[in-house]
Design a protein around this ligand. Structure first.
Ligand code: IMP
Ligand code: MG
Length: 172
């Protein structure tokens, strides 16, 4: 059966906002190389769209953590499934995420990565759902603030489906 999905943020709005974010990052990191870390799998779509629009050199690496599985609610436990391939010591690290909800994933990853001596460390997320916050966590930059709805598309999944939708939608 197909779920009903209502468009919340269309492709044009997403791309406009990602361009603005890229322009701000390019200006801030002028003369430096940005080392982007994506959290698999949800951040991949956002990270690619952002990276394509940066005017500074970019290197990339990926991590994977346990996710919601087939439930719409987090188990509350974060588990590292895949660590980085390369060291981040001395690098200008930007951690890219699809959505900041309870804050558990990002606060866990921030604590872990900051111990590895990057030259700088920032967290950016396409979506911020502040109503879901359980642990204190604020992104350095976010694309859109979103309401307390279960969202899919642009990397976000429901039971691994809908990541490929070119817009952000709410499952009804
Ligand atoms: P947090 O640890 O609760 O902040 O959750 C972050 C992760 O939960 C994200 O990387 C997503 O994979 C997932 N997530 C949170 N909210 C949603 C949603 O509305 N739709 C799909 N996945 C979500
Ligand atoms: Mg995720």
């Amino acid at each position: 059966m197909r779920d009903k999905i209502k468009v919340l943020i269309d492709q044009k709005k997403l791309e406009q906002r990602i361009q603005e974010m890229a322009d701000a990052i390019s200006a801030e990191y002028e003369g430096k190389t940005v080392h982007m870390i994506g959290i698999l799998k949800g951040s991949v779509f956002f990270m690619c769209e952002l990276a394509k629009r940066l005017s500074v050199p970019v290197t990339m690496d990926f991590m994977a953590v346990s996710s919601y599985g087939s439930e719409k609610k987090s188990s509350g436990e974060v588990k590292l499934l895949k660590d980085l391939d390369e060291s981040i010591e001395g690098k200008e690290v930007i951690l890219a995420e699809d959505i900041l909800d309870s804050g558990r994933t990002l606060s866990y990853l921030c604590e872990l990565l900051k111990t590895r001596k990057p030259a700088s460390f920032k967290v950016i997320t396409l979506l911020d759902k502040p109503s879901g916050r359980v642990v204190p966590m604020e992104p350095d930059m976010y694309g859109f603030e979103v309401p307390d709805l279960f969202l899919v598309g642009y990397g976000l999944d429901f039971d691994q489906k809908y990541r490929n939708l070119p817009y952000i939608g709410a499952v009804e």
